[in-house]
Design a protein around this ligand. Structure first.
Ligand code: NAP
Length: 243
């Protein structure tokens, strides 16, 4: 089976590292992005320079119409989509739950969970046997992220439940669904939370005494997608330095 992967939010951070790694393996990669076309094109250029196949595609994965458009575009370009990484995600400024308004809560749930639902559903409708999904959850689903972003943590908890339930629905169709739960990873996301230096501040609380890199998360995602993980489904791997 020739492998075609959609990486949502592939323009930056964990998604970009994952797209590049899969592009260097034998996947044709659709690098999805929301707004950062230049960053997405840089990822594509890197993949193509290394002899791989990739293209960048703008779509808001919290929109049903955009998700259908995204899958159609990937199929038109490379043929049947066989793998999906539900990576796109957002968070907002650190805040107690009592100060979070409904608009923000809804936006976080739409961007992080509705997107995962829509992309997973579209994938399952089109996937041949032997396909796989990896959801990029977060260790926040276990900690709840009090005083920072309970909304974000709740979205990741929902993603975990979606992973477990869907994996059992499609296991007999030879489709695997797993998730990674990154801890504190060096990406732009912490600046969105209002604290660009957050990973360094929290590093002493991590058993391994350091934050993780996007590449370390990408390696785990690539393994879960691969045939080496052929008997692994409905599983979660914490990529969090021992937290
Ligand atoms: P990031 O650097 O902020 O990148 C976020 C990516 O998501 C960007 O490519 C962005 O596209 C894309 N995106 C956001 N909303 C989108 C939408 N509606 N449609 C399509 N694309 C969208 O984030 P990151 O740190 O790499 O995080 C990636 C994933 O890992 C997220 O799900 C996050 O929750 C999870 N995670 C991160 C950490 C961490 O410490 N960094 C820890 C645990 C889990 P544009 O570039 O176009 O804006």
């Amino acid at each position: 089976m020739s492998k075609v992967v959609i990486v949502t939010g592939g323009s930056r951070g964990i998604g970009a590292a994952t797209a590049k790694l899969l592009g260097a393996k034998d996947y044709a990669v659709c690098v999805n992005y929301l707004a950062n076309r230049d960053r997405a094109n840089n990822v594509v250029d890197t993949i193509v320079r290394n002899g791989g196949q990739a293209f960048a595609y703008q779509a808001d994965v919290s929109s049903e119409a955009d998700v259908i458009r995204l899958f159609d575009a990937a199929e038109e370009r490379f043929g049947k989509v066989t793998h999906l990484v539900n990576n796109a995600g957002i968070l907002f400024t650190q805040s107690k739950l009592v100060d979070i308004d409904l608009e923000r809560f809804s936006k976080v749930l739409n961007s992080n969970v509705v997107s995962c639902f829509l992309c997973s559903r579209e994938a399952i409708r089109r996937f041949p046997p032997g396909s796989a999904i990896v959801n990029v959850s977060s260790l926040a689903s276990q900690t709840g992220s009090p005083f920072e972003y309970v909304d974000y943590a709740a979205s990741k908890g929902a993603m975990d439940t979606l992973t477990k339930g869907l994996s059992r629905e499609v296991a007999a169709s030879e489709i695997r669904v797993n998730a990674v739960r990154p801890g504190f990873i060096y990406t732009d996301m912490h600046a969105d939370g209002g604290e660009p230096g957050r990973v360094d501040r929290l590093a002493p609380q991590i058993p391994m005494q350091r934050g993780g890199s996007a590449e370390e998360v990408a390696n785990t995602i690539a393994w879960l997608l691969s045939d080496e993980a052929s008997y692994v489904t409905g599983s979660f791997i914490d990529v969090a330095g021992g937290r």
